[in-house]
Design a binder for this molecule. Structure first.
Ligand code: NAD
Length: 481
């Protein structure tokens, strides 16, 4: 045990949870590095009461500008402690320290400070109406928001919810994934340090089935902001219906990355690799289905396989490593299962496919894996693997590419590679996805909204549009007769 036992943050105080503590495992070493509290229904209730009291009391008295100032300070504090928090992110998730320190923490800081700027810039309108009346609108917070987040970007996906929610005057109960709870707890600690009143940001750890379910069913919560698996999202929507909670869902994907014959082939090969292998493929928007135009397929696949084979898997704590360990044993075994299924169903393994050893004999390391000759009926063409496994499918022409790209239940993101501007815009307009990247992949900015079409969910995170999902509109009529 390195980090000891972690408690719940409720009403500005650290306290034990009622359930059996949950071990946190470093997937690169297979060692238990900490234990976190397992919040029961009673703990969830205490968190809801604390968030409600803060919402109705001290937080309601804090001006919008002051909320923004607190968020900005939280971003500054996070940056000051970036090295330590990035280390935790890598230890519980297995991602390279390069990604935690140079990408995820700066992106989280940027998000906090972006929404700090919005805090005092969202306001109502006056409405011209018939008769002698003044009608104006107010943008009011929803109340108590529960943010339930997965294990792939534990801190950043928490911040994507916490920052706009707090900017708009809500209070928050944050529940990280049980595999990766450490950095969310740090966010709570920093929020207290910079002066957020007790109860404004509560962080409760625990399993999805107990803690998560208790949150979803609690009548005192006004909104669930969820990121995770599509099947979990469906259950959350059903449970939330009982008390008509607001719900936003950021769910799974099986995003197509389309390479047309007239693309810059080398750039597309690089884009295809970044698209699937960034974040070990544990990225909701991963370009996990590569669609290649038939006339360039052989050349493209040769280059792609060579590039994938050159990628080395390494110790996540080594700053040079770009590809770390998969997040957990269960997930690692699930991904290996998909590789076996792909072989059985007749896909051609052109790179990887095996456990990787970084010299320690430990850790859930997998070689970057590419399958060619995949057809749309195969399991790996349809189901989200959420790992470093690329399924390459050939297409005949533009309409075939669009049909295949849109041919899954998901619609989170898509990429396309072509030098033809007309074709690029035409295809972008036809793709049923919340984000389309043209001649690039996996790029994000806090100012750009992100979210799904179809069973990849609804609602948007980041950008100005996320604010709509953390406010409600009130119309006020004043009789002037
Ligand atoms: P998951 O659905 O298993 O868990 C996500 C969170 O929900 C965790 O905190 C978990 O404890 C909690 N949870 C589980 N069951 C619950 C229940 N019954 N009630 C309430 N909460 C519950 O997902 P995961 O395996 O942690 O994450 C991977 C998934 O997340 C993938 O499908 C991926 O595509 C998706 N994801 C989507 C986005 C996006 O923005 N669309 C981003 C990242 C990840």
């Amino acid at each position: 045990m390195i980090l000891g036992r972690k408690q719940l943050l409720i009403n500005g105080e650290w306290r034990d949870g009622g359930g059996k503590p949950i071990p946190v495992v470093n997937p690169a070493t297979e060692e238990v590095i900490a234990e976190v509290a397992n919040a029961t229904k009673e703990d969830v209730d205490a968190a809801v009461q604390s968030a409600r009291a803060a919402f109705e009391g001290p937080w309601a008295k804090v001006s919008a500008r002051e909320r923004g100032r607190l968020l900005w300070k939280l971003g500054e504090k996070l940056m000051e402690q970036a090295d330590a928090i990035a280390t935790l992110e890598t230890q519980h998730n297995g991602k390279p320290i390069f990604e935690s320190r140079q990408i995820e923490i700066p992106a989280s800081v940027e998000c906090l400070q972006y929404y700090a700027g919005w805090a005092d810039k969202v306001h109502g309108e006056t409405v011209p109406v018939k008769g002698n009346a003044l009608v104006y609108t107010r943008r009011e917070p929803l109340g108590v928001v529960a943010a339930i987040v997965p294990w792939n970007f534990p801190l950043m996906l928490a911040v994507w919810k916490v920052a706009p929610a707090l900017a708009m005057g809500n209070t928050v109960i944050l529940k990280p994934a049980s595999q990766t709870p450490l950095t969310a707890l740090e966010l709570g600690r920093l929020a207290l340090e910079v002066g957020f009143p007790p109860g404004v940001l509560n962080v409760i750890t625990g399993s999805g089935s107990t803690t998560g379910q208790a949150i979803v069913e609690h009548p005192g919560i006004d909104k669930i902001a969820f990121t995770g698996d599509t099947s979990t999202g469906k259950g959350i929507m059903r449970s939330a219906a009982e008390t008509i909670k607001h719900v936003t869902l950021e769910l799974g994907g099986k995003s197509p990355n389309i390479v047309f014959a007239d693309a810059d082939i080398d750039a597309a090969v690089r884009g295809a690799t970044v698209g699937i292998f960034y974040g070990k493929g544990e990225v909701c928007a991963a370009g996990s289905r590569l669609l290649v135009e038939a006339s360039i397929k052989d050349e493209f696949m040769d280059k792609l396989a060579a590039r994938a084979k050159k990628m080395s898997v390494g110790d996540p704590m080594d700053p040079k490593t770009r590809f770390g360990a998969l997040s957990s044993k269960a997930h690692f075994e699930r991904v290996l299962g998909y590789i076996e299924t792909a072989k059985k169903e007749g896909a051609a393994l052109v790179a990887g496919g095996q456990r990787a050893d970084i010299g320690t004999g430990k850790g859930y390391f997998l070689q970057p894996t590419v399958f060619g000759n995949v057809t749309t009926d195969m399991t790996i063409a349809k189901e989200e693997i959420f790992g470093p496994v690329l399924a390459c499918i050939e297409f005949a022409d533009v309409e075939d590419a669009i049909a295949k790209a849109n041919g899954t239940i998901y619609g989170l993101a898509a990429g396309l590679w072509t030098k033809d501007v007309k074709k690029a815009h035409y295809v972008a307009s036809k793709l049923k996805a919340g984000t389309v990247w043209v001649n690039t992949y996996n790029v994000y900015d806090t100012a750009v909204s992100f979210g799904g079409y179809k069973q990849s969910g609804f609602g948007r995170e980041m950008g100005m549009h996320a604010l709509d999902y953390y406010t409600q509109l009130k119309s006020v009529w004043v009789d002037l007769n």
